[in-house]
Ligand binder design. Sequence first.
Ligand code: A3P
Length: 321
Amino acid sequence: KYLQESEVSQECKDWIATLPMEKGWLASHLHQYQGFWHITRQLQGVLSCQKHFNALHSDILIVTSPKSGTTWLKAWTFALLNRKKYPKMFQNHPLLTENPHSLVPFLELDFYKDKDLVPDLSMISSPRLFSTHLPYVSLPKSVMNTYCKIVYLCRNPKDAFISLWHFTNKLKTEGTCANSLEDSFEKFCNGVSLCGPFWDHVLGYWKKSLEQSEKIIFMRYEEMKKNPSTVLKELARFIGCPFSKEEEDEGVVDDILKLCSFKNLSNLEVNKKGKLPSGEEHRAFFRCGEIGDSKNYLTAEMIEQLDAITEKKLAQHGLRF
Ligand code: A3P
């Protein structure tokens, strides 16, 4: 998913050197750009997509803070948009043979990652479906200047943190030390995490979703788990492909939920054995997929500390976890 550091142009390296920097727990360093932290290899893609990506009115952009359920949401949205094309969902659906990240690539990490190549996205049929981890302030301008729809997904910060901690340790290469829970926790609380501060990321989209509900839908991982069919139908309406009565009677809602379920996706050969072009194993994106798993790792003090930050930063805006 990420460029090797050697592929980052000298011009970009010089610019990165001017940014505030912290020692990372996700890569050797994190750099602060527009108030949010990014790993070195990703920044070139961030700049490139800010400069070159031209959103269309019909585009749909999935936005998440890492480990909030991106893989699942990509699967849902892809399945919703393509359900007429693949009516026999359990026989020949792309989600059976490809990882959701291959079907819905990231702007900054996939499409715009190459330093010399501006991709031609005009051939993609409409509605085009993209994804990003970018915070609201860093979105390419055309996203806000068009009717392009934004689907934002957030997750309880405690579970998102534990998921991220596991993920970063899974990505560590042999011979490198695992990130300790304590160090990672301290950095996360201080906002120093991938596309963090976590709370600012969520807040940017939350505020906009209140102002422009027709443009941004604000979804929660916990709601997807608790009321999947209600949330899936809401998403379908929001992206302009609501379920018909006939589809509901035929069980299409349940079929999509089953196709995209943790159990189904994580047991597919492609997700057990495959890798992204950038090297991450597909199985790293499927761990346990539960609400509240963080309580098995965090101490009572850590929980108290994270809850206090969340309360302080989000409650005044009407957002609680
Ligand atoms: P856990 O580490 O808590 O299990 P992302 O896709 O943003 O990287 O987030 C990954 C998290 O979503 C992981 O959480 C992963 O297990 C969970 N996940 C992946 N696919 C899922 C699915 N189909 N249903 C529910 N959760 C899923």
